[in-house]
Design a protein around this ligand. Structure first.
Ligand SMILES: [Zn+2]
Length: 470
């Protein structure tokens, strides 16, 4: 079974040992925030292996001073130094106002914080684009907490800076990575492998048995008592039943698709019980156990089963604990991957995930909550997994976010499939991931109970995979 493998490590080639001197000195404020983002950019993305001792904080400097062998690079601080008090940066007034572009080194890079300045003088390079604050803004999503994510678990994505300025299709953190890579390593190629992963939120597996259908007819009950969906007709139910006779039949098609294209496939399972809000299948039901057994027995594929906490777990740690116990008993092991239903999360949820992570053997729970509902692209501006930062408690969590790039519902909701240049946009997003040697994480729901609609979703999935693997 795939869950025993290290999911994250397998994606990266071994980082070579550094053979050059690197030291970075920063203004002495916002220390945890600066440390986090320096380590993500220089270590996770560039593979420089900068140690804690090589990051210094000094009251006498006002910009980032990077000493790399004989070179000195100044990255101007256009953000954190203005808000030296802890957490004072988190304020609507401090959000980026407009979008400018940086043109140094022949690039055309969006600036979130900073100015379009690139100067070389006496062997010292000065960069006006504050790549550290800009990357921190994208990866931590602190912007979203100002738009109600802490209270509601989500926010209106059209308000987000990257969506408002139409740069959500660009993995902007990789643009900053390229700039630093060029300045520090003199190369443009990231030492990673492009991967495609197919994931599924298993939101509904129920399919009525023939006995249930007959009983429903005899008792003259409304069809919605069978399907939990009042819009379905008898014709819909019967044609679905003939096409997908058991709980696993629909999933089987996706499993075959992933095998055909040699993709790893991850399933996130709900563990609600009857009577709870959002209930669609009972985690204790024989059908659910059969479903899990069938998936667990799949050989030849790279299948991993994970946790899909219900919307009741948002801001409710008691329900969270209940569902964690349920998923452990359903799978017979602690899940190593997860995504919240409706993508509802806030800092408390991230801490819950982090605690769950501490209980696993390898300490590498991967979550995929950073996804657009209505768009495709890069909600956190990046196409590779990255460590999560708790903005309120000001520390890096022992938790990895695997951002999802394309979700089926976003395509359908936005009428992408019927749009004029839908495939241009899909292909462009896929190319961005390829060019950055990133991970293209796709999400397709196991949810549809109507044959025609299922066929449309499934075809969209195969077309996307074809485009991603050619
Ligand atoms: Zn869901």
């Amino acid at each position: 079974m795939g869950e025993k493998k290290s999911l994250n490590k397998a994606l990266f080639k071994k980082i070579p040992n550094r053979f050059f001197m690197l030291r970075i000195t920063c203004p002495n404020n916002n220390v945890p925030e600066r440390t986090y983002i320096i380590k993500v950019l220089l270590n996770e993305l560039l593979g420089c292996g900068v140690s804690q001792n090589e990051i210094q904080f000094d009251d006498s400097v006002s910009d980032y001073l990077i000493c790399c062998n004989e070179k000195t690079i100044i990255v101007e601080d256009h953000f954190f130094n203005k808000y030296p008090q802890p957490l004072s940066y988190i304020n609507k007034n401090n959000l980026p106002k407009s979008l400018e572009y940086f043109h140094g080194l022949g690039l055309n890079t969006p600036i979130i914080y900073g100015v379009d300045k690139f100067e070389t003088k006496d062997g010292c390079i000065t960069v006006g684009l504050d790549v550290f604050a800009s990357s921190f803004f994208m990866l931590t999503r602190w912007e979203e907490s100002l738009y109600g994510r802490e209270e509601k678990g989500d926010c209106e994505e059209n308000e987000l800076f990257c969506v408002k300025h139409h740069i959500h299709n660009c993995p902007i953190v990789h643009e900053y990575e390229k700039l630093l890579r060029q300045l520090l390593l003199g190369s443009l190629i990231a030492n990673r492998e492009y991967k495609v992963v197919l994931t599924h939120d298993v939101d509904a597996i129920n399919t009525p048995t023939w006995a249930q259908i007959v009983k429903c007819v005899i008792r003259n009950k409304h069809i919605s008592s069978l399907t939990y969906n009042p819009t379905l007709t008898w014709k819909d139910v019967l044609s679905y039943k003939f096409r997908f006779p058991n709980v696993y039949s629909q999933t089987k098609l996706y499993v075959e698709l992933a095998k055909k294209y040699h993709l790893p496939e991850w399933f996130y399972l709900k563990v609600c019980s009857k009577g709870e809000r959002g209930y669609t299948y009972d985690y204790r039901h024989q059908h659910t156990k059969e479903y899990v057994n069938k998936l667990s027995k799949e050989v030849g594929g790279d299948i991993v089963l994970g946790f899909h906490p219900s919307q009741l777990t948002f801001n409710n740690s008691e329900q969270w604990k209940k569902e964690v116990d349920r998923i452990n008993s359903l799978l017979h092991y602690k899940p190593r991957i997860g995504r919240n239903h409706h993508l509802l999360y806030n800092d408390e949820t991230l801490r819950n995930w982090s605690v769950l992570n501490e209980q696993t053997l390898e300490n590498t729970v991967l979550i995929s909550n950073c996804v657009f509902h209505k768009h495709i692209g890069f909600r956190s501006g990046i196409a590779v997994p990255y460590p999560v930062f708790d903005t309120i408690e000001r520390k890096q969590l022992n938790l990895i976010e695997y951002p999802c790039v394309i979700m089926d519902t976003a395509l359908i909701r936005s009428d992408y499939v019927h749009g004029y240049d839908a495939w241009d946009e899909i292909a462009s997003v896929i190319n961005e991931v390829k060019n950055n040697n990133g991970v293209l994480l796709l999400t397709w729901h196991i949810l549809i109970r109507e044959v025609k609609l299922f066929d449309e979703y499934f075809q969209l999935c195969e077309n996307t995979i074809k485009c991603a693997t050619k």
